[in-house]
Design a protein around this ligand. Structure first.
Ligand code: NAP
Length: 260
């Protein structure tokens, strides 16, 4: 199937690792031109080498902190003419109300909540003024639809991002621009392993037993980053031309599963 993404310029925040890197690889496989953004130049270089090895495509890299105004400015300068933007950089810590003080809570929202909102605002304005029928995908998270007290700051930010994406994406279509979201459930990544280790420490008294916490998941495993990436690329392609203002729950049905 030709996804009609050849030579499309795609910005992926948090594209140096985990889900973001898988998304960059999946776009490059379709002949698109990824530009990956994260803070560490070293990780970006490693990611670009991997993308080249796996797809033959030279990814561009941008080192920027997307929790800051300077980071946004750098992104708009380097990649403001993108056809597709994937908001993915996020690092909200796990824990319930007593575990996360106000400073940490606000600091994590600078990236995952306000960072996304600011990128959407700036990119939408740019796409509108350039008359470009662009696409913006927000990688949000299932905790927005199925909140969990043990991931409270993340659940709350994700719920806000779902409402934001639905409202903005319902209106952006007037300008021919699509904005939608994807809610992955727990997906294999460094960040998820760290979170599961800390939950295993609390629940089982041993961080090393974190894999046991994945056995109740759909298919008895974490989701693979590639599974999020393939859906994201398809949804960004013109083959999904009527998708906007929606957030897709990608959770193997876990939200509705009967607890065992
Ligand atoms: N993994 C899951 O189970 C899961 C489930 C639902 C939703 N999500 C969401 O999916 C997204 C990706 O998660 P992941 O698990 O793939 O994370 P990850 O493996 O920890 O990767 C995070 C990426 O974001 C970058 N990043 C972190 N802070 C940044 C900042 N201030 N500015 C720019 N880039 C920054 C990281 O690079 P640097 O550290 O070098 O900046 C890295 O490239 C997040 O928004 C997460 O909330 C993940």
């Amino acid at each position: 199937m030709d996804l009609q993404l050849k030579n499309k310029r795609v910005v992926i925040t948090g594209g140096s690792r985990g889900i973001g890197l898988a998304i960059a690889v999946a776009f490059a496989r379709e002949g698109a031109l990824p530009q990956i953004v994260s803070r560490s130049q070293e990780s970006l270089v490693k990611a670009a080498v991997l993308i080249k090895e796996q797809t033959g495509v030279d990814a561009q890299t941008l080192s920027a902190d997307m929790a800051t105004a300077e980071g946004l400015q750098a992104l708009m300068q380097a990649a403001g003419a993108a056809d597709i933007v994937v908001n993915n950089a996020g690092a909200i810590p796990g824990g319930s109300l007593g575990d996360i003080d106000e400073a940490r809570w606000r600091q994590s929202w600078e990236l995952k909540l306000f960072g996304y909102i600011n990128v959407v605002r700036a990119m939408l304005e740019r796409m509108q003024s350039d008359g470009r029928a662009g696409v913006i995908a927000n990688i949000i998270g299932m905790a927005g639809a199925a909140p969990r007290n043990e991931y409270l700051a993340g659940s709350t930010a994700n719920a806000a991002l779902m409402a934001f994406t639905q409202a903005v994406g319902a209106d952006s279509v007037r300008e021919g621009i699509r904005v939608f979201g994807i809610n992955p459930s727990p997906t294999r990544s460094d960040r998820m392993e760290t979170m599961l280790r800390s939950q295993a420490e609390k629940k089982l008294g041993d961080a090393g037993r974190w894999m046991e916490l994945t056995s109740h998941m759909p298919f008895g495993r974490l989701m693979e980053p590639k599974e999020v990436a393939d859906l994201t690329v398809f949804c960004c392609s013109p083959l999904s031309g009527y998708l906007s203002g929606s957030v897709i729950n990608l959770d193997g049905g876990q939200m509705y599963a009967t607890p065992k």
